[in-house]
Design a protein around this ligand. Structure first.
Ligand code: S3P
Length: 164
């Protein structure tokens, strides 16, 4: 139960908050996407283009399962990772799950259409994906609004963890 898993949509701030939370709690920070990129020697976009999304999802599960044996880490998941029940089970069994909640309007202002996120396509599709995923993110143990500054969000997470 020792890891902290950050979940939420693209642009929720999982990597930024994760780094800040890890610093505050003196824990190691792990970014799942970055580990996949490092291990596969390819960008996320290249993995999607060369092998397809199902292969990326398989890699996500493999890397997450391996990293979940780390102790006392803060682990940022990619926006789609929590959709897989197997990944949710791995996270729940090895730590606390935290949903960084943001509005769709905030996502739009934060995420650039720079081609680095294959699931961030046209606005109507992204909004549908956002709405579809909300019910699953809600399964996380702790919910915090991630609209505020990283410091404030970190305070909220630390406070919520004390009540567990
Ligand atoms: C994805 C989110 C991305 C990355 C991949 C797929 C998704 O991570 O894992 O592009 O399906 O929402 P971020 O949420 O860190 O952007």
């Amino acid at each position: 139960m020792s890891n902290i898993y950050l979940v939420g949509f693209m642009g929720a701030g999982k990597s930024t908050i994760g780094r800040s939370l890890a610093r505050r709690l003196k824990r190691r920070f792990i970014d799942l996407d970055r580990e996949i990129v490092r291990g596969e020697h390819r960008s996320i976009t290249e993995i999607f283009e060369e092998f397809g999304e199902p292969h990326f999802r398989t890699l996500e599960t493999e890397y997450l399962t391996r990293l979940s044996t780390t102790e006392n880490a803060v682990i940022a998941l990619g926006g789609g990772a929590f959709m897989d029940p197997a990944n949710r089970a791995v996270a729940e069994q090895s730590g606390v799950t935290v949903w960084l909640k943001v509005s769709f309007a905030t996502v739009v202002t934060r995420v650039k259409m720079d081609g680095t996120r294959p699931r961030f396509g046209n606005k109507a599709d992204v909004e549908r994906l956002f709405n579809d995923r909300e019910d699953v993110y809600r399964l996380a143990r702790i919910h915090v609004s991630a609209e505020e500054s990283p410091n404030t969000v970190v305070d909220q997470i630390v406070g919520a963890m004390r009540t567990l």
